[in-house]
Ligand binder design. Structure first.
Ligand code: ATP
Ligand code: MG
Ligand code: MG
Ligand code: MG
Length: 469
């Protein structure tokens, strides 16, 4: 069986042979980019090379980049455990050209990598192109010999990438694998595209134009390439499954969760184990970089992911804190490729354990309250915002955890009501400050707290410089 580690190195080796500099993964907490919550694609560390602000002594690079998609524009948190293809933490393999080669090399590279290096059957592959990108469609015909019906033209922004409102932009092409008609789902662009049958494995971005404020666009003089392929997705395919949780690495973590909770890996438990296995990775990597659970900003996103996993551990009947006991399994799987996990192992374990001890003090009572407040509710009903806020404020339940807990029963949360309750509490707190006669500039402190408040993260949703491939 081809392991994840083998696939990672054969990708990097292939692009090394094609003259690319092998560059290390950059941190999950982006350096010099406060607008982006976490690194969510391979191009993030190269942004300044694409815009021409920075030059290095190489014009081609290849990476395996650690990514987290659990907030901001790319948030896959709610997908994890429910789709076959989404993780909050994953590795993105990529090749990049900074004003060097363009489409007519990028497409042959990708095709050779997938069909020759990795040996994936050509007749199971199909591609999308931006509807006006004749050049890409012609290349796919010529290079891969794909028939017209397997070159799908997509008119939406899914196949047009923009770095921000202005700056580099251009069409994308995506490679999909058809796992067969025994699995529900339709080809890209069809109403059933979100099923698990057709899975996107690789996205190639052609940075072809520059977008200006007045709405006009001009061809870039230095056209660039940015690609991203999910390591776990390509691995699942090579290991004969369509599910990222069935790969060697994720399976080992699922088994660790089963072992740690003395439960089986059957239909009744599998989703819990998968959520735990995924969240173990994203949270451990974040703590390894020094992010700690807190009530705002990045630390709050970390806390949300941790507490979600901890609720699932509780549902599996774990009597004691679980997550810290799974760290050795993760280090065994990933410590060689990511030494920071080994170096920070005890820090990660201590952080997990104290957060879980703390959360468990209120978890049970919170779940009991949730049960009581929802006994009369059925699918389609919503939990009042005030109840969700009480769970947040008194029991430490992040809003998305409450939503996750009610998801199976089809019950939603009145998020407007939640926000209103939050705003009311803030107003009260503010009034209390004024009442103490403290310096008036305390108000400034509250405004800052509002800006990085735990529920909405508006600062991040407005991110403009995000790698979006
Ligand atoms: P999807 O449409 O399946 O959500 P995407 O278009 O959002 O994927 P891109 O932003 O194009 O994904 O990222 C490039 C590649 O990274 C994808 O082709 C896929 O192989 C991989 N990838 C993206 N999101 C995830 C995820 N949440 N978990 C695992 N791999 C992912
Ligand atoms: Mg996505
Ligand atoms: Mg996509
Ligand atoms: Mg994509």
């Amino acid at each position: 069986m081809t392991s994840l580690a083998d696939i990672r190195s054969s990708f990097l080796d292939y692009f090394d042979r094609q003259g690319h500099q092998v560059v290390d993964s950059s941190p999950l907490v982006p350096r010099n980019d406060p607008t982006l919550m976490f690194t969510n694609s391979g191009m993030v560390q190269f942004k300044n090379l694409f815009t021409g602000v920075e030059h290095r002594d190489y014009v081609r690079a290849t990476t395996s980049q650690k990514c987290v998609r659990a907030g901001g524009k790319h948030n896959d948190l709610d997908n994890v455990g429910y789709t076959a293809r989404h993780l909050t933490f994953f590795e993105m393999l990529g090749n990049f050209s900074f004003g060097d080669y363009f489409k007519s090399d990028a497409i042959p590279f990708a095709w050779e990598m997938v069909t020759k290096e990795l040996g994936i059957a050509k007749d199971k592959l199909l591609v999308t192109v931006f509807h006006t990108d004749e050049e890409a469609a012609d290349l796919w015909k010529k290079v891969a010999g794909l028939p017209d019906e397997r070159i799908i033209r997509i008119p939406t922004s899914d196949n047009f990438w923009q770095m921000g409102p202005t700056g580099p932009c251009g069409p994308c092409t995506e490679i999909f694998y058809d796992h067969g008609d025994h699995i529900w789902g339709g080809p890209p662009g069809s109403p059933e595209e979100d099923g698990d049958r057709f899975i996107e494995i690789w996205n190639l971005v052609f940075m072809q134009f520059e977008q200006f404020e007045d709405g006009t666009r001009r061809e870039l003089s230095a056209q660039s390439i940015d690609t991203g392929m999910g390591l776990e997705r390509i691995s699942s395919l090579l290991q004969g499954t369509n599910n990222v949780f069935e790969t060697d690495l994720m399976k080992a973590l699922v088994e660790a969760s089963a072992h740690g909770t003395s439960t089986g890996i059957d239909d009744a438990h599998i989703v819990h184990h998968r959520v735990i296995a995924d969240h173990l990775r994203s949270t451990a990597f974040l703590v390894a970089e020094g992010v700690l659970p807190s009530n705002e900003g990045r630390g709050y996103v970390l806390r949300r992911i941790m507490r979600r996993a901890m609720r699932h551990a509780h549902l599996l009947g774990a009597k004691d804190p679980l997550m810290h006991r799974l760290v050795p399994a993760l280090v065994q799987q990933m410590g060689a490729a990511y030494p920071e996990l080994r170096e920070q192992q005890s820090m990660i374990q201590e952080t997990f354990e104290s957060e879980e001890i703390r959360f468990r003090q209120t978890l049970e009572r919170g779940l009991k309250l949730l049960d009581e407040e929802t006994t009369d509710l059925t699918g389609g009903d919503s939990l009042p915002g005030a109840s969700a806020f009480k769970l947040y404020d008194t029991f430490g339940f992040p809003l998305d955890l409450t939503q996750d807990a009610l998801r199976d029963r089809g019950i939603e949360v009145d998020t407007d009501g939640f926000d209103a309750a939050m705003a009311e509490q803030k107003a009260k707190a503010r009034a209390a400050w004024v009442g103490t006669g403290e310096a008036a500039d305390q108000a400034v402190w509250f405004d800052i707290a509002d800006d990085s408040g735990p529920t909405d993260f508006l600062g991040y949703d407005t991110e403009v410089a995000e790698g979006q491939i």
